[in-house]
Write a new protein. Sequence first.
Length: 164
Amino acid sequence: MTLPTRIGVTGHRLIPAAAYGHVQAALTDALCRRQGSAQPLEVLSSLAAGSDQLFAEIALSGGAQLTVVTPAADYETTFSPAELLRFRRLLGQARTHIVLDYEQVSDHAYYDAGVYIADHCDRMVAIWDGRPARGLGGTADIVHYTRSLGKPVSVIWKSGVERD
């Protein structure tokens, strides 16, 4: 029996238009070049708007199995109506759904979801501009935590593009 390769994601909720095409192409290359591989692919994502949802869509289109890790019971309250529809559609395609033991979203809940993903992946893909996190559990925090575990992190971002 071959164990799946597990790839986690961490990334920004807002991907500037100037970076979006680059991020999408790099994710497609990273996730779909494995098509035909004998080793199954499992991806782990919190399905946050932006990077997480884009990552999950591309991975699913390439035949990956999706594990969703949501930070709190009220996570759906953090989405706009369009983001929520996308979240629910992707969640419906998940093989596994893990809800952390928080009633309400918080920085600690976000951090713990990122830690869970880092702890359970073989490598991490980070859609990250390289800047510090804007709150506990932000992309930079999860990148640093993953690296502290000695796991590889592939950073995807378009050079010269800054987030608002």
